[in-house]
Design a protein around this ligand. Structure first.
Ligand SMILES: Nc1ncnc2c1ncn2[C@@H]1O[C@H](COP(=O)(O)OP(=O)(O)OP(=O)(O)O)[C@@H](O)[C@H]1O
Length: 254
């Protein structure tokens, strides 16, 4: 059973139609990358998957369980708060801007949600948090404040924080875009390691090399629709649509 499945999802911001009937499946252990021009709806689609954004039409299933809605159209909202919480904690998100809590140390950042939201045993969470911080290469930064870390280190702490929730999937929204090129590679390495471990991930990225390296499936969005999708070898090696060809040549020229 797929971790996430969305069927014919539509999303508008007022009169602006941003997602226009997208269906997507994230099987367990697969990495799905969303690529496309700025404004094509990649981040919005990701946020619809974990209900950070409400969609107006279509179905969203988490491990086969359909999200329950009430209302229709722009008034449609999830009907079951407990279901929303369950879905969000199981689909941990990593944001472009890291979003670490500045008043907490790195260790406290990683422990906060498992201890206070999931009510896990603090001693076990602490052991796991230390393990994860070591895994992402910042085991020596547990007592540092976020402001004392480089962007690459902060993003790796954010990934450890997401993993400490023991989610069923990670949703990564342009995790390297806010970083200088030399710091991007530290984060890329961590994402590649996670892909090797067959973590389920949905990744929005402008980094075509990263998408080519880690993805099982790549989705090219254009104006809120899937223009082309398939394995990375096909999308990057033999794109069928003219729009994708143009997008790739413009991206490579940057
Ligand atoms: N909260 C919002 N309110 C109104 N419009 C929004 C909002 N968030 C996004 N949009 C619009 O929705 C469209 C899709 O935005 P989205 O951020 O999903 O695109 P994207 O493909 O992720 O772009 P980028 O690569 O630049 O991050 C854009 O036209 C954007 O201006």
């Amino acid at each position: 059973m797929p971790v996430i499945e969305i069927r014919d999802v539509h999303k508008a911001y007022g009169p602006l139609q941003v997602i226009r009937g997208v269906s997507l499946t994230a099987p367990r252990g697969h990495v799905i990358s969303l690529i496309g021009s700025s404004g094509s709806g990649k981040s919005t689609l990701l946020r619809c998957c974990n209900l950070l954004e409400d969609s107006q039409q279509g179905e969203i299933l988490f491990e086969g369980e359909a999200v329950k809605w009430r209302g229709t159209g722009l008034a449609r909202v999830p009907a079951d708060r407990a279901q929303v919480t369950r879905l969000r904690t199981n689909l941990s998100m990593v944001f472009q801007q890291f979003n670490l809590w500045s008043h907490m140390t790195i260790l406290q950042n990683v422990m906060e949600a498992p201890v206070h939201v999931l009510k896990r045993d603090p001693r076990q969470v602490e052991a796991r948090a230390r393990e994860l911080l070591a895994k992402v290469g910042i085991g020596d930064k547990v007592d540092a404040w976020p402001a004392q870390l480089s962007g690459g280190q902060q993003q790796r702490a954010a990934i450890a924080r997401a993993l400490c929730m023991e989610p069923r999937a990670l949703l990564l929204d342009e995790p390297t875009s806010a970083l200088d090129p030399e710091l991007q590679q530290e984060v890329v390495r961590v994402i590649k390691d996670l892909a090797t471990e067959h973590r389920t991930m949905l990744l929005v990225t402008h980094d075509m090399r990263l998408a080519a390296d880690v993805s099982d499936h790549v989705v090219f969005l254009h104006q809120g629709r899937i223009e082309e999708e398939g394995p990375p070898a096909q999308l990057f090696g033999a794109p069928r649509s003219e729009r994708l060809r143009q997008f790739l040549s413009a991206t490579m020229a940057e």
